[in-house]
Design a protein around this ligand. Structure first.
Ligand SMILES: Cc1cc2nc3c(=O)[nH]c(=O)nc-3n(C[C@H](O)[C@H](O)[C@H](O)COP(=O)(O)OP(=O)(O)OC[C@H]3O[C@@H](n4cnc5c(N)ncnc54)[C@H](O)[C@@H]3O)c2cc1C
Length: 420
């Protein structure tokens, strides 16, 4: 659906600033000539977030990748630094990122804030929107005289997951977590309900440190190049990152659910090795990517299962859409409660069938963020952009030149209003 919509949409010039003064100079020139600007990090965003709908300039932020400061467990970094780079640096100080997307190697910190927000670490820390996970951002405005504005804690919300429509993020302040030695494990189960029950139990096991837990139905593991050969045929799996010192407790929990540990590796060594794949690169949307590499007939959904009814709801949807959905969920915390974020693979037929499946999920109390649309409104649960975010945009981008079209309910100032 998005391919048809976004085909042929291109920027006309790529600009790669190396500091904030250059960002401000570029934005001033673009405002003067009413040229749209689409900020871009690693370009890994889904839903065509970074695809320019109205041409203009692509503002490549990867030239701004410095770590600026670190105090009291909070790092301030330039927006174009990759999450891999920031995590590697944090580990040298005895700290680590709380959250990262499975695209950690190429995704930038600014792109994660503007375009993503969930991922590895979510089982312990929730999403980036959880209070306390984002200490602040500095944004450059798209006004006739662009300014830098510093937004701390909750005040940074208008820039969080706004697809770059509410300012160019130049710096991000990230609260970190104390570094842990993590172990990647792959556990197989006789059936999907056992795998899902183990996943949720691991999420609720407060004594076991964990960073990730993906529950993946068969045949999806058969698509995992580099891992599939270590896994038994026909068995659903859980891929998890757990504290190396807690392996005994994890093995007990797995055995209670009839799970067999099929593969394990040191996470840090796997991430650093050119030959190995850290297991998080089979999870979140990488699960989808591995399947798409070999089967172009599938796509996916993004679901949030209801707390307290996670396993029952999951079982019902899996059974009802057995021929169309291949189940994949990630155990995650939301508002302090543990549930699952679902990224099931979906066998593509028609837009009408997609809408029917989404409606059926919603009728079960599953919140669906539709990944087959490219505006903030269509992708949101309430199908709108909050009034305070619209007001913020009016202040920082009055002409609607930042990633135009992605916040579709925004009405830019007319020429006459601007003159007044
Ligand atoms: C295989 C795969 C797996 C993924 N897994 C995850 C996951 O686990 N969790 C998750 O959250 N996402 C995931 N994503 C989505 C994406 O990788 C992440 O959101 C990532 O953090 C985006 O970073 P980026 O630097 O590539 O951003 P880009 O794709 O370059 O940009 C994303 C959006 O942010 C805007 N933007 C970028 N930089 C700035 C800036 N400095 N200021 C203002 N706006 C900016 C862009 O205009 C665009 O709208 C996945 C995507 C793929 C393809």
């Amino acid at each position: 659906m998005l391919k048809t919509l976004l085909e042929g949409k291109r920027g006309e010039v790529v600009i790669r600033p190396s500091d904030e003064a250059e960002v401000l100079a570029v934005l001033a020139a673009c405002v003067r000539h009413r040229i749209p600007v689409v900020p871009r990090g690693g370009g890994t965003g889904n839903y065509g977030q970074a695809v320019p709908l109205a041409g203009g300039a692509i503002l490549d932020m990867t030239g701004m990748d410095r770590i600026l400061s670190f105090a009291d467990g909070v790092a301030e970094v330039q927006a174009g630094a990759t999450l891999l780079q920031v995590d590697a640096w944090a580990r040298q100080q005895g700290w680590e990122l709380r959250l990262w997307p499975s695209t950690k190697r190429t995704a930038t910190v600014g792109g994660f804030v503007a375009g993503g927000g969930a991922g590895v670490g979510g089982i312990t820390h929730g999403t980036l929107r959880e209070r306390g996970n984002l200490a602040g951002v500095t944004i450059a405005t798209m006004e006739p005289k662009p300014r830098l504005i510093d937004l701390s804690w909750g005040k940074a919300a208008p820039a969080n997951h706004a697809f770059g429509t509410t300012g160019v993020i130049t710096r991000v302040r990230l609260p970190l977590a104390p570094a842990m030695a993590w172990r990647d494990i792959a556990v197989s189960f006789p059936d999907f309900p056992a795998a899902a029950a183990f996943g949720l139990a691991l999420g609720l096991a407060d004594g076991i440190p964990k960073k990730m837990c993906a529950v993946i139905d068969w045949p999806l593991p058969s698509f995992f190049t580099g891992l599939a050969e270590l896994l038994p045929q026909g068995r659903p799996i859980v891929l998890a990152m757990v504290g190396a010192g807690a392996m005994g407790a994890v093995a007990e929990l797995a055995a209670e659910h009839a799970g067999e540990i099929e593969a394990e590796q040191d996470f840090a060594a796997a991430e650093a090795s050119p030959e190995l794949t850290p297991f998080y690169e089979y999870t979140w949307n990488h699960t989808t990517l591995h399947v798409l590499k070999r089967d172009k007939g599938v796509t996916y959904l993004q679901c949030l299962f209801p707390v307290g009814r996670t396993l029952e709801t999951l079982a019902r949807l899996r059974e009802r859409f057995a021929d169309e959905l291949m189940m994949h969920t990630e155990v995650a915390r939301f508002g302090g409660q543990v549930t699952m974020s679902g990224l099931p693979l979906l066998r593509w037929t028609t837009p009408e069938r997609l809408a029917e499946i989404i409606a059926a999920c919603e009728a079960e109390g599953v919140a669906v963020a539709n990944p087959h649309v490219c505006t903030l409104e269509e992708g949101a649960r309430w199908k709108l952009v909050a009034a305070d975010r619209l007001a913020f945009k009016r202040e920082v981008d009055p002409f609607g030149l930042l990633n135009p079209g992605k916040m579709s309910s925004f009405r830019p100032l007319s020429g006459q209003e601007a003159a007044e």
